[in-house]
Write a protein that binds this ligand. Structure first.
Ligand SMILES: [Fe+2]
Ligand SMILES: [Fe+2]
Length: 204
């Protein structure tokens, strides 16, 4: 039985088939970028609490998220160390920057915190999909690649949970039907953006 790599996610387009072979051929670069993605995900969680201090219901789920993302950061940096690769400096992330710009534009979404929660939900969902793609591509490889495939499957499951958490938090801020409608619109916007992005040895 084959299941779609988009199963359970709000995304409507899969990653280009050209990405996986490129990513597998330049795994060290992908892992470096991935490590910084985990760091940025933790940072985004911290940022939400500071930006919306009146929304105390965010504290517990964001602290849990930050702890899990930092664990992922540590796991990926450990992998880099094992491979003898230095982490290096973070690169700008045009996908995330453009997605935030598009989904948080004033007057276009569901407002303030709701928009930020939906952007984070989509970043988690796309990360989940990319991890699934990578896990599948590495599953038939060497023993080392198969170990990495299992690792990416576990991370994909975590990012899948994170997408759901952000969606559920958005539903605490806005009525469910408003959130579902916006997720539908955001999926179209994200699909157009991801299709325009260059195919690189990076996570997004
Ligand atoms: Fe993560
Ligand atoms: Fe995440």
């Amino acid at each position: 039985m084959t299941t779609s790599l988009l199963e359970g996610l709000p995304l409507i387009v899969e990653t280009s088939p050209e990405w996986a072979p490129l990513a597998c051929s330049r795994l060290d670069e992908v892992l470096r970028d991935h490590a910084w993605c985990e760091y940025k995900a933790a940072s985004a969680g911290l940022g939400l609490m500071a930006r919306f201090p009146e929304s105390e219901f965010l504290h517990r789920p964001m602290v849990a998220l930050v702890q899990e993302e930092m664990l992922h950061f540590r796991q990926v940096t450990d992998l880099l160390k094992e491979r003898g690769v230095s982490l290096g400096a973070p690169l700008p992330d045009p996908y995330v920057k453009k997605l935030r710009g598009l989904l948080c534009a004033k007057g276009s979404g569901i407002g303030g915190l709701g928009d930020h929660l939906i952007v984070n939900a989509f970043i988690e969902a796309r990360s989940c999909e990319r991890f699934r793609v990578l896990s599948k591509a590495l599953a038939e490889g060497t023993e080392e690649e198969r170990t990495l495939s299992d690792f990416y499957q576990r991370l994909a499951d975590a990012e899948g949970r994170h997408w759901e958490s952000f969606r559920d938090l958005a539903m605490e801020v806005c009525p469910e039907e408003v959130v579902l409608r916006r997720i539908h619109e955001a999926a179209e916007i994200e699909a157009e953006l991801i299709s325009e992005m260059p195919i690189e040895a990076r996570m997004h």
